[in-house]
Design a protein around this ligand. Structure first.
Ligand SMILES: NC(=O)c1ccc[n+]([C@@H]2O[C@H](COP(=O)([O-])OP(=O)(O)OC[C@H]3O[C@@H](n4cnc5c(N)ncnc54)[C@H](OP(=O)(O)O)[C@@H]3O)[C@@H](O)[C@H]2O)c1
Length: 243
């Protein structure tokens, strides 16, 4: 009998890093539910490239019911979930003295609360898998900080503590929980970085360039599919920025 297909859920799969992860998993024969919030046409176009093995599903980190709905949709379609890639993220910048207090907390609530809600909903299916995996896309900013990013850095740092604790809670079920911390990557999220700031950042990068989404996806797929004896680790993919 042939091996059953592995099944993954990639949040924020309609664009940027999440779309690259969706592609690379699908190319390895994994069935992937890729979520979008507003980018339904982009997610549908991605699914059209891979036929039945990519399923676009709407999901909003900030909506408590959305986590339950997205997991139900995957289980109704494929009956299993082996890998959860928590990629969708919300960024809002501004120094602590100027950022709106509501915005500050919404970055924490959506990134950290959203991560916890979806992980919790996915747990029974991951426990039933014989190779459950959770990959959280944090950020190198969560490791070393960045002026103007107290909310985002706090959220991305909290995801690391969350992941290490969840790894300890779920290891006995054979679930691995790992973190990927990218640096600056060429996506819509960094498109607004002005020329001066970009030059300043690039000067601090050992590899002297921003990363490409496909380079980050390779590291995420490694953690999800190949790193079978790694749990609770933080892998940086930042061109040496945090060194
Ligand atoms: N780009 C970087 O330099 C960088 C560096 C370090 C870490 N990261 C992290 O990597 C992850 C992906 O970043 P990216 O640069 O690829 O982002 P991106 O190009 O801006 O894409 C964001 C993705 O997340 C989805 N999304 C946005 N808000 C959402 C919400 N409230 N609920 C659910 N989904 C939502 C978007 O969906 P729609 O388009 O459908 O709305 C889209 O698919 C994020 O967690 C980010 O913090 C990025």
């Amino acid at each position: 009998m042939s091996e059953p297909y592995r099944t993954a859920l990639v949040t924020g799969g309609s664009r940027g890093i999440g779309a690259a992860i969706t592609r690379q998993l699908a190319e390895r024969g994994v069935r992937v539910a890729c979520t979008y919030r507003t980018g339904r046409p982009e997610a549908a176009a991605l699914a059209a490239e891979y036929g039945d093995s990519v399923l676009p599903v709407q999901y909003d980190l900030a909506q408590p019911n959305s986590a339950r709905d997205v997991i139900s949709t995957v289980l109704e379609r494929w009956g299993r979930l082996d890998s959860l890639v928590l990629n969708a993220g919300v960024w809002r910048g501004g120094r602590l003295g100027t950022i709106d207090h509501g915005d500050w907390w919404s970055v924490l609530e959506s990134n950290v609360g959203g991560t916890a809600r979806l992980s919790r909903e996915a747990l029974p299916a991951l426990q039933a898998s014989d190779g459950g995996s959770v990959v959280l896309i944090s950020s190198a900013v969560g490791l070393v900080g960045f002026a103007g990013d107290t909310a985002y850095a706090a959220a991305k740092s909290a995801m690391i503590g969350f992941a290490r604790s969840l790894a300890k809670e779920t290891g006995r079920d054979g679930i691995r929980v790992n973190v990927l911390a990218p640096g600056f990557v060429e996506t819509d999220m960094t498109a607004a970085v002005g020329d001066r700031a970009r030059r300043r950042i690039t000067d601090d990068l050992i590899l002297r360039r921003f990363g490409e989404p496909g380079e980050i996806a390779k590291a995420a797929v490694f953690l999800s599919e190949d790193a079978t004896y790694c749990t609770g680790i933080v892998l940086t993919a930042d061109g040496g920025w945090s060194l």
